[in-house]
Design a protein around this ligand. Structure first.
Ligand code: PEP
Length: 251
């Protein structure tokens, strides 16, 4: 049985006080029931330490939104894996479409970040997804294939079992447009078959593949009931404890 995982990507939102308030509310809500999935929060770097103090001894796991692939040194503005580990981070989002589009991260850079995460025992959440233009021109599968193969170059099957993959169609992120459960399922199945070709069937069957792109309480259950959708990576709807909890309950 694959593990279902619901993760909240806070993006560049919440100052320290707001972060403490949100995660305290979330912790409180989650103490009222036993979630049927793993729950991860990915606040901005400046909130990681305080959030970690609050969620210690709770059901919530801590993730970061990015990291650099070098160990340390003259990389002004960057954050290393060791720095993340030192404040209790367990997961790290790698290759989010905003990093790809705005900060020009390539598959080569994403591959280096994944290798660094595995080397340091951080669990990556690798994001892949096509733009609307790519989908409409029939390139969706080739784009996904090249993002997955590029990111996973020279990464062994033993590491794949430690990571999460997130399918996030770019046209559905922060737009309010969600892929239909059938559209999302088609791509998730395609990704699982691709992992099976690149590695083996067991590795593919055990891989948690989240869907991300305008997941909300109203659409979470239908997306999460698809056979190859193993959770959600949530942006906007994770910024309020109540809506994030409703998505967790749907899982
Ligand atoms: C995301 O940023 O990963 C995301 C899916 O955002 P949203 O839920 O706001 O579309």
């Amino acid at each position: 049985m694959r593990k279902k995982v619901v993760a909240g990507n806070w993006k560049m939102n919440k100052n320290l006080n707001e972060a403490i308030q949100l995660v305290s509310e979330l912790k409180n809500e989650l103490s009222n029931f036993e979630p049927n999935c793993e729950v991860i929060v990915c606040p901005p770097f400046t909130n990681l330490e305080s959030v970690n103090t609050i969620i210690k001894d709770s059901k919530i796991h801590l993730g970061a939104q990015n990291m650099y692939f070098e160990d340390s040194g003259a990389f002004t503005g960057e954050i290393s894996a060791d720095m993340l580990l030192s404040v209790g981070v367990e997961y790290v989002i790698v290759g989010h479409s905003e990093r790809r589009a705005i900060f020009k991260e390539t598959d080569e850079v994403i591959n280096l970040k994944l290798k660094q995460a595995f080397k340091k025992d951080l669990k990556p959440i690798l994001c892949v997804g096509e733009t609307l233009e790519q989908r409409e021109s029939g390139e969706m599968k080739s784009v996904i294939k090249s993002q997955v193969t590029g990111a996973l170059k020279e990464i062994p099957a033993s590491d794949i079992s430690k990571m999460i993959l997130a399918y996030e169609p770019v046209w559905a992120i922060g737009t309010g447009k969600t892929a239909t459960p059938e559209q999302a399922q088609e791509v998730h199945k395609f990704i699982r078959e691709l992992i099976s070709e690149l590695y083996d069937e067991t590795t593919a069957e055990n891989l948690t593949i989240q869907y991300g792109g305008s997941v909300k309480p109203a659409n979470a259950a239908s997306l999460l009931s698809q056979p190859d959708i193993d959770g959600a990576l949530v942006g906007g709807a994770c910024l309020q404890a109540q809506s994030f909890v409703e998505i967790i309950k749907s899982a």
